[in-house]
Design a binder for this molecule. Sequence first.
Ligand SMILES: NC(=O)c1ccc[n+]([C@@H]2O[C@H](COP(=O)([O-])OP(=O)(O)OC[C@H]3O[C@@H](n4cnc5c(N)ncnc54)[C@H](O)[C@@H]3O)[C@@H](O)[C@H]2O)c1
Length: 352
Amino acid sequence: MAKQKILVTGGAGFIGSHLVRLLVNKYPDYQIVNLDALTYAGNLANLTDIEQKDNYTFVKGDIVDADFLDQLFAEQNFDGVIHLAAESHVDRSITDPMSFIKTNIIGTVNLLNAARKSWGDFEGKRFYHVSTDEVYGTLGETGLFTEETSYDPRSPYSASKASSDHLVRAYHHTYGMPIVISNCSNNYGPFQFPEKLLPLFINNIKHNKALPVYGDGKYTRDWLWVEDHATAIDVIYHEGKNGDTYNIGGHNEWKNIDIINLMIKIVDEQLGRPEGTSQKLITYVKDRAGHDRRYAIDATKVKDELGWMPSLQMEEGLTRTVKWYLENSEWMDNVTSGNYQQYYEQMYADRV
Ligand SMILES: NC(=O)c1ccc[n+]([C@@H]2O[C@H](COP(=O)([O-])OP(=O)(O)OC[C@H]3O[C@@H](n4cnc5c(N)ncnc54)[C@H](O)[C@@H]3O)[C@@H](O)[C@H]2O)c1
C-alpha cells in the first residue's frame, strides 16, 4: 500500500475514533491527521491508546471555518480525506436545525473547496464522505434501502446529510473530484455519547433510572457493530469505485422495544441482578416528531464487490458493549458530568 497522508474529520467522535484507531494501527506508514472541533460529541479520551503514535496527529479546528481549512490543506498536502465530522443527533436537529446546516452542509462544502484548491488535477486523490441510511426516508413493513433508492430525508439531520451527499456527488460530476460515499445504518459499541439509545439506556439501567421509550417502541432499525463500520470504511476508501456509493448495514433489524428488553436482560445479568429486575424502568413517552418507522439496508453491493461483511450479530455485540460501558464507568462519569471537555486543555494546551 503506497504511503498516504489522510485527513480524518470528526475523528474524536464515536465512529471517527474507531476508524482513526484502525488506520493508525493498521497502516504504520500512513500519516493520519485527525481534525475535530471537539464539540460536546468529540472526546479525546476516546483515543488515549494511540495519541502518542508517530503516525498520528490531532488538529483542533472547525470545518465551518473555510480560511482555516484552506490553510490546513495548503500546509499539509493530504492524499485523501475521510469526512465524518457532523452534527449527528436527530433530536438536536429538531430543536436546532441551523447548527446542522452549518456543519453538515457548509462544513462539507468548505472541505470540498479546500481539497479542490489544493489537489490540482486530482491524481491519486480521494474524498470519502461518510453518510447515513436516514437520507432514504422511511420503509414500510418490508423492503430494503439499496444504492438506487431515491432520497427522501425527513428530519433536519437527514436532510442536511442528504444535501451534503448531493454536493459531494456534484463535485465529482462538475469538477472531476474523485469521491466515494457510504450510507450506513445505526452503529453501536464503545465510546458513543450517552444521548444515543444504547449508552443512555445502559447507564440508566445501571442507575435505576427511567428508560424513555418513544411512541409504541416498535420503530425498527438495522444495527451495526461500530468496528465493522470502521472496517467497511477502510475497505471502501482503498478499493471502492471512484464516484460510487455503497450501503453498509448489519443485516440486523431490531424493533426498539426488543433491543431494550435484550439490553435490560444483559445489564441485569452483568450486574448480578435477578432476571427482569429493570423491566419496571420502561416508560413510554411522547414520540419524536416525524419519527421514521423503519430503516433497513441492503448491503449486497459492498459484499459482492469488495468482500465486506459484518462480523458480529446483536447478542454478541450488545454483550460486549454493555461490558465495555460497565467496565469504563470513569469514561461515562466524565462524559455525563462534562469533565471530558477539560481533557484537551490538560493534554494538548502546551502542544498548540
Ligand atoms: N452514529 C451512527 O449510527 C451513524 C450511522 C451512519 C452514519 N453516521 C455518520 O457518521 C459520522 C460520524 O458519526 P458519529 O456517530 O461518530 O458522530 P459523533 O457525533 O459521535 O461525532 C461527530 C464528531 O464530529 C465533530 N464535529 C462536529 N462538528 C464539527 C465541526 N464543525 N468541525 C469539526 N468537527 C466537528 C465532533 O466534535 C465529533 O467528534 C457522521 O457524519 C454521521 O452522520 C453515523
